[in-house]
Ligand binder design. Sequence first.
Ligand code: ATP
Ligand code: MG
Length: 222
Amino acid sequence: MLQIVDQSGPIWTVECDGCDFLAGLPAREVDASMRNVLVVERRRKSSAIPAELRGLPLPGGHGGAEVAARSWARGERRGLALTGSVGVGKSYMAAAAAWARMEHGPLRWVFVPRLFNRLALAFDNEQRREALDLLVQTGGLVLDDIDKTRPTENAAEQLLCAIDERVTAGAPLLVTTNLTLSALADRFPDPYGEAIVSRLVGYCEVFAIEGPDRRLEAAVAS
Ligand SMILES: Nc1ncnc2c1ncn2[C@@H]1O[C@H](COP(=O)(O)OP(=O)(O)OP(=O)(O)O)[C@@H](O)[C@H]1O
Ligand SMILES: [Mg+2]
């Protein structure tokens, strides 16, 4: 995979992590298609998608959810919510769609339980600052597992602001959850739950992913 290592000067350093290729490329000689490849690679590198979820193809066999994820990935939909029980493949589908969508613009991946955990740290904590930075950046946002842990009031407020900014800007937003959107409100302290759910319901088309818990299936098979 090609990645820009250094794009700061007139000579860009480009690296292929699969074959150890390393080259300096005069920025002005990089043609439009190559420039686009490099820009997409840079977006993907800084997206914070976890290593095990990077570069996945969009999976088949998921009916309406798959069709919607493909169209979201092509930039044809703005808000998408993938619901379903534990282990059915929501995060997998979201990561594959996010990977493809970055051909159209930048996106950040946020695993919400970790976000809440970090936002609960002391105000001057470095990890808290980094978590906040990820949330407030412009561009698209994937909120993976929005329902799994209960946030502090401050974390709920930060999440509300991040969602509201995407909705106001018409930016890409993808949410995964085990719950229906309407059941989500109870997961957040008042008054944030209703405000968050109202925005999500208004902005996101909801699709359920059905199926067995793939983790359990894999454990039984091994
Ligand atoms: N289409 C697929 N093909 C192969 N493996 C898959 C597919 N979808 C999911 N998996 C695997 O199944 C497991 C569960 O998937 P995933 O984490 O996406 O589920 P989830 O619905 O997000 O679960 P949770 O509700 O616990 O967050 C993971 O190990 C994932 O790699
Ligand atoms: Mg998940």
